[in-house]
Design a protein around this ligand. Sequence first.
Ligand code: ZN
Ligand code: ZN
Length: 74
Amino acid sequence: MLRMKNSCEKCKSPLKKDGEAYVCSFECTFCSSCHSDFKGVCPNCDGELVMRPKRLISPPAAGLRLIKRKIFRK
Ligand SMILES: [Zn+2]
Ligand SMILES: [Zn+2]
């Protein structure tokens, strides 16, 4: 599971789990303004920075939904 870092590694500005953030494949995490400063390339590993998928519910809640889906599946 992706670790959801809650601040930008460059400028330390706070990142919300359901807000805009950019990550590379090593989970270096940056805000949208640093992302445009870097032109979409991670300064740590030269990897591609992509928009992080938003996480709207907590992992336990997601697990519960998956279990329910199994129980009620026909
Ligand atoms: Zn930043
Ligand atoms: Zn990186």
